[in-house]
Design a protein around this ligand. Sequence first.
Ligand code: PGA
Length: 256
Amino acid sequence: MNRKYRKTVIAGNWKMNMTASEIKPFIEQLKENMPKTRACDVVLCTPAVMIPAMIKAGKEVKVAAGGQDVSKYEKGAYTGEVSATQLADIGTKYCIVGHSERRQYHHEDDMLVNAKARALLEKGIAPIICVGESLEQREAGVTMEYVAYQVKAALNGIDATQLRRCIIAYEPIWAIGTGKTATAEQAQEVCEGIRAVIRKIYGARPARAVSILYGGSMNAKNAAELLAQPDIDGGLIGGASLKPVDFATIIAASNQ
Ligand code: PGA
């Protein structure tokens, strides 16, 4: 983290878990365990139908609501999709795009991720853009090249002003939901590399101001070490964000 230049963001990704009626008790427990003063922004990304309940329950404890996906289209005949306009209208502040589960199960490519990020930015929602290599890519030694390509493609056509609202989440696929966290050194190396890619495109100042999160089995035990790295500005947390005490511990770890 480097709070002098950028925000620390602790974001939970609930994936397709929990229900709207479970939000209030969750937030109450989180409140009980969370530090009173916080040096980070806290977000919980839920399925779209649960966002209004999260906004309502999260207000008092300053937990923002985020979506997990968005349509690249503005409106029209796209049954089942949710637009950035619709997310913005209910007060959504953040939205994940390009999560590896969407890339894998819904065949989302980098161009689509870029279109989704741009759709969100147009409506004033901060995209949390996920990138990360597979185990095969890491073993083949192409991690940085691959992640650099993903970052460049995702940011295509996004200007420096819009970049200020973007959050990048480095999530090595092999670390997601596996309990196998990247070491702090591995995570720092790639996050630093991502910042270098952004520096090349936008220059030193904008690159210095972008929050880059680590995601992939971040938990109450390993969060402090990961967050102590200079280029890791927070976390995108799946499993551990479903447990209020663990999530509160991660939030506390970001206070260091
Ligand atoms: P995990 O998920 O923390 O359960 O590994 C992270 C994510 O998928 O964003």
